[in-house]
Design a protein around this ligand. Structure first.
Ligand code: ADP
Ligand code: ADP
Ligand code: ZN
Length: 212
């Protein structure tokens, strides 16, 4: 199983990919998580990455692809969360994987309308220690704003602010149309309705992935 998950910010990619990874025993690379880990450092690269992420812009393709290449290299099973984000990234990945004879086996495209996206993102809270993701509306922690597992205060992501959310959605729509067409032409694209509760969405995804 070599799968990429697409979908607008807040569609539930991270949440679903966690479940898929556990169900099928496949390892995941979330490029967003990789950048958030990187931004905790104080070096030049961290600073460079932060300058894009905090504005809701895409990090340059070359920087992202270095991380992706290292992760997928010679794996016969993997899941990508948040990659590719534009046509060039899709083509870079495609060339690399085809060269190894390990092309993607499917692309899951999670669909969600804008009002619901904004609600999910404004409610998102993340544990700075373990990375567990909560939502103040849908899946709040047991104790007010503390991680159930670690007990530390939960945080908002630096890019889950109103104006940055809107910018990310804009960038998504601008960049992703050709990516969706690219995978559609290859017969790899599977659209999944991202509305409804987490387990309903997961059931839809499992139907797509069984046999991939
Ligand atoms: P979301 O929850 O919005 O889907 P991610 O956690 O995937 O967000 O990404 C957060 C930010 O990290 C993006 O807005 C972008 O700045 C950067 N990023 C993540 N993946 C990529 C990528 N494949 N290419 C360029 N930038 C990326
Ligand atoms: P993405 O990785 O696509 O940005 P996340 O998985 O981080 O999305 O989900 C965004 C927010 O929405 C999080 O706060 C998460 O807890 C919440 N969420 C995810 N899936 C659902 C769902 N099916 N119903 C309600 N809230 C959800
Ligand atoms: Zn935690």
């Amino acid at each position: 199983m070599r799968i990429a998950f697409l979908g607008p910010p807040g569609a539930g990619k991270g949440t679903q990919v966690d479940l898929v990874s556990r169900e099928y025993g496949v390892s995941v690379l979330s490029t967003g998580d990789a950048f958030r880990a990187m931004m905790k450092r104080e070096d030049k690269l961290a600073e460079r990455v932060r300058s894009y992420v905090e504005k809701g812009e895409l990090v340059p393709d070359e920087v992202v692809f270095e991380i992706v290449k290292e992760f997928v290299d010679n794996k016969d099973s993997f899941i990508l969360d948040g990659y590719p984000r534009n046509l060039r990234q899709a083509e870079l990945l495609d060339d690399f994987l085809e060269g190894k004879g390990l092309a993607l086996t499917g692309v899951v495209n999670i669909l969600l309308d804008e009002d619901e996206i904004v609600k999910r993102l404004t409610g998102r809270l993340v544990c700075p220690q373990c990375g567990r993701v909560y939502n103040i509306y849908y899946s709040p922690p047991r104790e007010d704003k503390l991680c159930d597992d670690c007990g530390v205060p939960l945080e908002r992501r630096i890019d889950d602010e109103d104006d940055v959310i809107r910018q990310r959605i804009k960038v998504y729509h601008r960049e992703m149309k050709p990516v969706v067409d690219f995978y559609q032409r290859k017969g790899l694209l599977f659209n999944v309705d991202g509305a409804g509760d987490i387990h309903e969405v997961f059931e839809r995804i499992k139907k797509v992935l069984d046999g991939k």
